[in-house]
Design a protein around this ligand. Structure first.
Ligand code: FUB
Length: 362
């Protein structure tokens, strides 16, 4: 996970003209809306900065588990060090367009024994009267792990387990529960998300800080594992989620428009599983479809075009029979690390493909 536009910075130092900077930066997904465009949707709240929305409907109410962005004072870098979040807050509403409630702190970094810093994109699940919050944070050694916390209320407060989930690593946890009741944990993110450090199965601190720089080889894939009955541990080692191109070959590392970067989110519609994800430095939310929650998935297209801001991160959820995408941008602050969550309708074509959402009305 990155967060700083090298292209924009170079343009700034070489040219320095505001108009040119805005144009170049926009191409890099890191600036203001196109001229004469307006935003497709408005922020769901202006009370606090929120990002990475994972939306769920529990007992007929919409709950959004989000990152809680703060002004950390940490300079931008390609590893996302400036995303130094310290707690989680939950948003809720009774219907799309309804009043949004910003709930009190659901989980605080200081109450997670193993965690050192950077509470990034969370997700949640429900089973047998318990709500589960899944969250990434760097441990005291600076390695991303996945934590789990539980509560009897969807808004917390959540109590974290004293150790990270065994066998987990990297970030952006997502839990999908299939129609047969089986739940799966998905994780992964390259660059600051450290997935490249686990390419051999054990942590390699010398793997580099972005991807593997093997453009002609299969890209690093997100990971999946079935959760055990407790929902607190994986029941098997994390394994690759294959994302294939139209020829059935793995998407390559150099294919930045289609390769996985971070923000995995799976949903099922009819018999089809949709695996959706961020392409990171090309700033899109892409999707691929398959016949199993484990994949393989075949690349199909773009769910959401680049938003204002470097990161693009979403969830897709059915609410009252209609599908919505929850996403974020930087409309309020204009700063990559101070984001605000939004939602917009998601439309499927008759053949199951998704109509690409443009976050701007041009
Ligand atoms: O919010 C921190 C990180 O930024 C998330 O974990 C990524 O998905 C990106 O949105």
């Amino acid at each position: 996970m990155p967060r700083f536009s090298a292209i924009a910075a170079i343009t700034l130092s070489l040219i320095g003209g505001t108009a040119v900077v805005a144009q170049t930066a926009r191409q890099d997904g890191d600036a203001t809306p196109p001229p004469n465009a307006r935003y497709l949707s408005q922020p769901l709240t202006r009370e606090i900065f929120t990002a990475d929305p994972s939306a769920h409907v529990f007992n007929g109410r919409i709950y959004i588990y989000a990152s809680h962005d703060i002004e950390s004072g940490v300079p931008n870098d390609d590893l996302g060090t400036q995303y130094a979040m310290r707690d989680y807050r939950v948003l809720s509403m009774d219907r799309p367009g309804g009043k949004v409630t910003v709930h009190p702190v659901a989980l605080d970094l200081k109450d997670v024994r193993w965690a050192g810093k950077q509470m990034w994109a969370p997700d949640a699940a429900y089973k047998n009267g318990t709500y589960f919050l899944y969250f990434p944070a760097k441990d005291k050694q600076g390695i991303f792990r996945i934590g789990v916390a539980t509560s009897k209320s969807p808004t917390g407060p959540f109590k974290a387990d004293p150790e990270p989930m065994r066998g987990t690593y990297s970030m952006d946890p997502h839990v999908f529960t299939d129609t047969d009741g089986t739940s799966y944990l998905y994780v992964g993110g390259i660059w600051g998300g450290q997935l490249q450090n686990w390419a051999t199965g054990t942590y390699n601190p010398d793997a580099g800080v972005t991807d593997l720089k093997q453009d002609d080889k299969p890209a690093l894939m997100p990971k999946v594992a079935r959760l055990d009955a407790s929902m607190k541990q994986i029941a098997e080692p994390l394994q690759d989620v294959q994302i294939l191109d139209e020829q059935g070959k793995p998407v390559l590392g150099g294919d930045h428009d289609r390769r996985f970067f971070e923000a995995a989110w799976t949903f099922k519609r009819g018999d089809t599983y949709y695996f959706t994800y961020s392409t990171g430095d090309t700033h899109k939310i892409a999707y691929a479809t398959g016949k199993s929650p484990r994949g393989p998935f075949t690349y199909r297209g773009v769910v959401l075009n680049p938003v204002q801001g470097w990161t693009n991160h979403h969830s897709a959820t059915q609410v009252g029979g209609k599908w919505y995408v929850f996403y974020h941008d930087t409309q309020i602050s204009g700063k990559n690390h101070l984001r605000n969550v939004k939602m917009a309708p998601l439309t499927f074509n008759a053949d199951g493909t998704i109509q690409t959402i443009d976050p701007f009305v041009r």
